[in-house]
Write a protein that binds this ligand. Structure first.
Ligand SMILES: Cc1cc2nc3c(=O)[nH]c(=O)nc-3n(C[C@H](O)[C@H](O)[C@H](O)COP(=O)(O)OP(=O)(O)OC[C@H]3O[C@@H](n4cnc5c(N)ncnc54)[C@H](O)[C@@H]3O)c2cc1C
Length: 398
């Protein structure tokens, strides 16, 4: 649905300066962020106690998410369009917590109370209060608008039909949704598994949406994580997963005529794979160079699929990139096969540096997908090498 961008988040420069300095003050205080988030959730759950049951017992992730989201918003008040898009999606995303119209107003009141609580008497001037009220009203209006615009259910249900342990720490999970889930290739969804109730995590489907409701996710275990180790080790056929509404805007503009550079590492390949499979249904496509990275040879577990795609789609070039020549000693699976004949030979090094060693890629639309640190370092290498930042797309960083 098109966004209405003539929105209330347009603040005058003085109001923006007030919000900026207030936010700095809040975060500069000892335990400022923790206290702010704690006050926010305490106020919200006092207004709507039933909401508390929809959130996990430990709220530390939610508190960090809140502060990161506010950082994003406050940092970009001068150019509100990306903020509006972000908040619109965030509003839709909160439907899975059962959050609806009146709850957003309560969240606005809770935010104002948290700001008020965190600022000194001296800083809480009438001008500061007016600026924060205006900003929070805008934020709440956009989020509530996002939630209202959603015509899809807050989540779908799907049954695990296949669980392939590709590596010790990586699994492919296939599911059959009860109803078709409409998403664009390159988008991601939030997922809840029965072993970890109320802990939603984002995953990117590795295949495009189809009318049979089939889903495929590639999941890597994060050591010490709550959800990913459970997906790898305890997922069983027949498990029922909840799948939230699709989010994100990684996409290839097939009409622009501009070529594309894709850079992935590990399971970050999933959304790009989905885009490539979707593109392979069309005769004409922009040229795509995909640098598919991994730490060890075994991390390129899906090279054969990529090779098959490249063999039948001349617009696609795959370049495997590794940091190490051999699998680690703890890799217990079968030996990793060599790179398929006909594929570009493996390049070695840190993926961002390898990609930027080819030049600026200034004429490409660039999609990067992988761990947060890989995305940051790849952006750094590319921009440092002369690639315009506005050419680069990636999913939001946690
Ligand atoms: C848009 C988006 C799409 C995603 N798609 C996929 C996907 O298709 N496949 C997939 O496997 N994962 C994907 N992720 C990551 C996934 O959502 C979880 O963050 C990840 O599985 C860890 O969850 P957890 O509960 O095990 O760890 P948590 O309990 O959430 O975190 C435990 C600790 O690990 C850190 N951590 C979390 N994620 C990472 C990471 N990637 N690298 C290093 N440290 C980390 C946390 O900061 C924390 O300190 C995606 C994330 C985003 C934002």
């Amino acid at each position: 649905m098109p966004l209405k961008l003539e929105m209330p988040l347009v603040l005058d420069p003085r109001a923006i300066a007030c919000v900026h300095s207030g936010w700095q003050e809040i975060k500069a205080r000892e335990d400022g962020s923790d206290r702010f988030a704690a006050v926010f959730y305490a106020q919200l759950f006092t207004a709507y106690p039933q909401l508390r049951t929809l959130f996990p017992a430990g709220m530390s992730d939610q508190r960090m998410d809140l502060m990161r989201a506010l950082d994003f918003v406050v940092d970009r008040l001068e150019e509100p369009d990306p903020v509006i898009r972000f908040l619109h999606q965030l509003g839709r995303d909160h439907l899975r917590y059962g959050i609806r119209g009146a709850h957003f107003a309560a969240a606005g009141a809770a935010l104002l109370a948290a700001v008020r609580d965190s600022m000194t008497e001296r800083s809480w001037t009438p001008e500061a209060e007016a600026a924060w009220r205006r900003m929070i009203a805008g934020l709440v209006t956009v989020m509530a608008g996002g939630a209202d615009s959603e015509e899809l259910p807050p989540y779908w249900t799907a049954t695990v039909v296949d669980h392939i342990r590709v590596l010790g720490d990586l699994a492919i999970v296939r599911l059959q949704a009860d109803n078709q889930i409409f998403y664009e290739p390159g988008q991601y969804v939030s997922v809840q598994i029965p072993q970890r109730p109320r802990l939603w995590r984002y995953l990117s489907p590795a295949i495009p949406c189809n009318d049979r409701g089939e889903l495929e996710f590639h999941i890597r275990r994060v050591s010490g994580g709550w959800v990913s180790p459970a997906i790898i080790s305890t997922t069983a056929i027949g498990d029922r997963w909840l799948i939230g509404p699709p989010l994100g805007a990684l996409q290839v503009d097939r009409e622009s005529g501009e070529d594309v550079l894709m850079v992935s590492s590990g399971t970050g390949l999933a959304p790009l794979r989905s885009l490539l499979i979707d593109m392979s249904r069309y005769g004409r496509n922009p040229r795509v160079h995909l640098f598919a990275g991994g730490e060890y040879p075994c991390d390129l577990y899906d090279l054969e699929t990529l090779h098959q795609l490249a063999m039948t789609n001349p617009w696609l070039t795959i370049v495997p990139v590794l940091e190490n020549e051999h699998d680690p000693w703890w890799h217990t699976g079968p030996p990793t096969p060599p790179v398929p004949v006909g594929m570009h030979s493996v390049l070695y090094g840190q993926i961002g540096r390898v990609v930027s060693s080819f030049g600026t890629w200034a004429d490409r639309n660039i999609l990067i997908s992988g761990s947060p640190s890989m995305i940051r370092t790849t952006i750094y290498s590319l921009v440092h090498g002369g690639t315009p930042r506005e050419r680069i797309m990636h999913d939001p960083l946690p």
